[in-house]
Design a protein. Structure first.
Length: 453
């Protein structure tokens, strides 16, 4: 692994390339670059979600150059169209042939093919279009770059049926790099990068490119964009956040602003919030700390979530295994409803197994789902711009739930129903989230200025 990284750095020095902080996330993944022998635990599949003017094409081209300048390597650049793939291909050609004077053994601009005969064997880089799947079948690849991946129609099919098999023979790598575009396959791959071994994902706002935006997020060009673009468009195109033009319940939540490297603090008590249910229960662990102004900030540090058909016994065992100092448990009053099969409710079973009562507020305001949602929004982002909900990036399940939690689509002429969509997945975690806030910070006592949706 050290040799791989050393060669990459030597190449960057050779071409006078100084990556900005966002590009370093691509070039230096936390577990290093994947190699089947030297680093099998490294990042084999990288999903880079980047804002405009990040330098996506430039950084992807540098990754391609590092590979194609080695012997016996195959690099493909796959994009929505040939015009799109041509951009990275042209950067590589200009650097290797025009600037550095390497002599290709074969070159075709029209076909986007560039070959070199190195001492140890021939290497090739090709530009390809996802519009023509038949051209995506062939030799094994060492590196696949899917440029503007979120814009590739039928990305799931293109990846699974055509591109992924090309990586098997040579144990190749793939880089998906794009601005986000809704909640499609690129979003699914991004989430995979947060949970699965061998996958790594990150999002990098435009202002990480300090060469383009010397003043960071307060750069005049970005200020102008914030003033003239809709909030959703700005967040998607410049903050590199997954957004939707309508429907998101917690629209102010962003990974950039509400998540981070938050860990368990032994000196603080832990609160547990539960959403019972055999099909897919949810358990969230919270800690609270005050800031310099005396305001309570909530830290969501751990989760048991998205596990199907989990009995209360199994849920309890998962919770006990965390070994946290739990001082109080919150949940849904419905948890005390008696189940005919066992003669008691799940909350009572939980109490008998743990010694913790499950507390639930019962006033009408707190029990109203929309009131609870509004209450949670105030912790995500209050009217004065304060964010008081901070989620550990080791909790990908609840982060995914918050981003996916939405109102149902409405048809023309139909009245919008302000009731969350019950999709059987994201609603469980978001229910547990709401139970915590309405119990620990009762709505009737809240003095926080409300934000409107």
């Amino acid at each position: 692994m050290d040799n791989l990284q050393s060669y990459k750095q030597q190449w960057f020095n050779f071409v006078d390339y100084i990556p900005h902080s966002g590009q370093l996330l691509l070039h230096n993944p936390p577990k290093g670059e994947y190699h089947p022998k030297d680093n099998p635990d490294g990042a084999r599949f990288i999903v880079a979600c980047c804002g405009r003017r990040f330098g996506k094409s430039y950084s992807a081209a540098r990754e391609a150059e590092v590979v194609v300048t080695q012997a016996n390597k195959v690099v493909w650049i796959v994009a929505p169209t040939y015009n799109t793939s041509e951009k990275i291909f042209r950067i590589v050609y200009d650097e290797l042939v025009v600037q550095k004077g390497f002599k290709p053994s074969h070159y075709s601009h029209k076909e986007q093919i560039l070959k070199f005969n190195w001492a140890g064997g021939q290497s090739i880089i090709c530009g390809k279009s996802a519009e023509h799947p038949s051209g995506l079948i062939g030799e094994g690849c060492d590196l696949l770059i899917l440029d503007e991946a979120s814009k590739i129609p039928n990305l799931k099919r293109i990846w699974e049926m055509y591109l992924r098999p090309t990586l098997s023979d040579k144990k190749g790598r793939a880089i998906f790099i794009s601005t986000p575009d809704g909640y499609g396959t690129f979003y699914d791959l991004y989430l995979r990068g947060k949970t699965q071994n061998g996958w790594y994902s990150f999002n990098s706002p435009s202002w990480y490119n300090t060469f383009a935006f010397p003043e960071g997020e307060e750069d005049p060009d970005l200020k102008e964009a914030r003033q003239t673009l809709s909030k959703e468009v700005y967040e998607q195109e410049y903050k590199a956040e997954f957004t939707s033009l309508s429907g998101r319940i917690y629209g102010d939540f962003t990974r950039h602003d509400n998540t981070g490297n938050y860990t368990y603090q032994h000196n603080l008590p832990t609160f547990l919030s539960l959403d019972f249910g055999y099909r897919m229960p949810g358990a969230l662990f919270f800690q609270i700390a005050k800031d310099s102004k005396g305001l309570d900030h909530v830290y969501l540090i751990d989760e048991v979530i998205h596990k199907e058909n989990m009995r209360t016994l199994d849920l309890v065992n998962e919770i006990k295994a965390r070994n946290y100092n739990i001082v109080r448990v919150f949940g849904d009053p419905a948890g005390y409803q008696v189940q005919a099969s066992v003669g008691m409710g799940e909350a009572e079973i939980f109490y008998q197994m743990t010694g913790h009562r499950v507390y639930s507020v019962r006033d009408n305001t707190s029990r109203n789902i929309n009131s609870g949602i509004s209450h949670v929004r105030n912790f995500i982002l209050s009217a004065d711009g304060t964010r008081r909900l901070h989620i550990s990036d080791r909790c990908p399940g609840i982060i995914e739930d918050i981003e996916s939690y939405r109102y149902p689509d409405t048809k023309d002429g139909k009245e919008l129903k302000e009731a969350p969509l019950k999709d059987g997945t994201s609603d469980h975690g978001c229910d547990a989230l709401r139970y915590f806030f309405i119990n620990k910070f009762p709505i009737k006592n809240s003095k926080i200025r409300k934000r409107k949706r």
